[in-house]
Design a protein around this ligand. Structure first.
Ligand SMILES: [Zn+2]
Length: 160
């Protein structure tokens, strides 16, 4: 899936979307899932390719209506990818919502704002929220607390 971000385009690999779709909360007892999105910035074509991600880990805190990424393994995975050559960038977070068409909650916006204040290089993060019917991608930045919906796609239209 391809969409236009802030002064760049993003390409989300099918395997990433397929993994996220597996976590969709399509049953009454399924808890929220989440993790981080990791990609490469291709200067040519101004393209960001999201090709790695993490999935829920044992020490994350999860409930029907919350996901707190607490397990250190997410960061360990990211550092491991960059061990030899530092070519992978932190792109943003993904998590699920038990609703058809996801919208960021007040807590999500607080969380995204906190992440933007951390020492990541990029000035804009892209966060995905996966609902049962659609997935949405929001840009956070470049201005503080600037949130913009970048793309919204029905799972059925993604050709996965
Ligand atoms: Zn949320």
């Amino acid at each position: 899936m391809l969409f236009v971000g802030i002064d760049e385009r993003l390409s989300i690999k099918d395997e990433i979307l397929l993994t996220i779709r597996r976590h969709v909360q399509n049953g009454p007892f399924r808890r929220e899932s989440g993790g981080v999105l990791i990609g490469r910035e291709l200067i040519e074509g101004n393209l960001v390719v999201v090709e790695h991600m993490t999935s829920p880990m044992p020490r994350d805190r999860r409930g029907r209506h919350f996901f707190d990424r607490r397990d250190a393994s997410h960061v360990v995975f990211y550092n491991e990818l960059n061990k030899d050559e530092c070519i992978y960038a932190y792109i943003g977070e993904w998590h699920t919502h038990p609703e058809r068409s996801p919208e960021p909650s007040v807590k999500d916006l607080r969380n995204w704002s906190r992440i933007r204040g951390e020492d990541f290089a990029r000035s804009v993060q892209y966060h995905a929220i996966a609902g049962t019917y659609e997935i949405g991608f929001w840009a956070f930045g470049p201005a503080d607390k600037q949130v913009s919906l970048m793309a919204r796609r029905k799972w059925g239209d993604l050709g996965l």
